[in-house]
Design a protein around this ligand. Structure first.
Ligand code: GUN
Length: 166
């Protein structure tokens, strides 16, 4: 299937960070606020999961959440996942199925790391999944401007300018 067919088939909708998503799982039970770290405000479901599709003409902008996020590769082409740790260390990882080239089908972005993603091959897409525990909540979601993030990490201003929605 083409990207637009997958988007329609699974009813994906636009995500504020860029790309398309649909929540596929949200555990019924909740972790209570008092059992979560101080960064969380309110209760959270134990776990949530989404489909996530990114096309090569767009990117997923740098953002961070309070949870580790487990990425899974399904189909399409290589996704380059860029990260900036809270200490300001930049790294990237290639998510895909060309294992002999060092791509991996599963990767966990640590909590509180800013991360962004792009599809390397022109006119292509990458269809992945993301699982987080405690479950996803937009109260944990930080999507900074280019200016704010490059002020925090001036060393990485170039990649931040490329992968933020300004
Ligand atoms: N649900 C809505 N947005 C997101 C997201 O960015 N990541 C995860 N894991 N779940 C979401």
């Amino acid at each position: 299937m083409k990207a637009t067919e997958i988007i329609n088939h699974f009813n994906l909708t636009s995500h504020p960070e860029g790309g398309y998503y649909k929540e596929t799982y949200r555990s019924k039970d909740e972790i209570l606020s008092e059992d979560l770290g101080e960064k969380f405000e309110g209760n959270r479901n134990y776990c949530t999961s989404i489909y996530f599709l990114l096309t090569a003409d767009k990117f997923s902008a740098f953002h961070k959440i309070n949870q580790d996020e487990i990425w899974h590769f399904y189909t399409g082409t290589t996704l380059k996942l860029h990260m900036i740790s809270p200490e300001g260390i930049y790294s990237f990882i290639l998510i895909g199925n060309d294992f002999s080239k060092g791509e991996i089908p599963q990767f966990t972005v640590p909590a509180h790391h800013y991360f962004a993603a792009e599809v390397l091959e022109k006119n292509s897409f990458s269809f992945t999944g993301c699982t987080v525990s405690p479950g996803f909540d937009f109260r944990d979601f930080v999507l900074p401007s280019c200016e704010a993030l490059s002020k925090e990490f001036p060393k990485h201003a170039k990649i931040i300018a490329k992968l933020t929605h300004h």
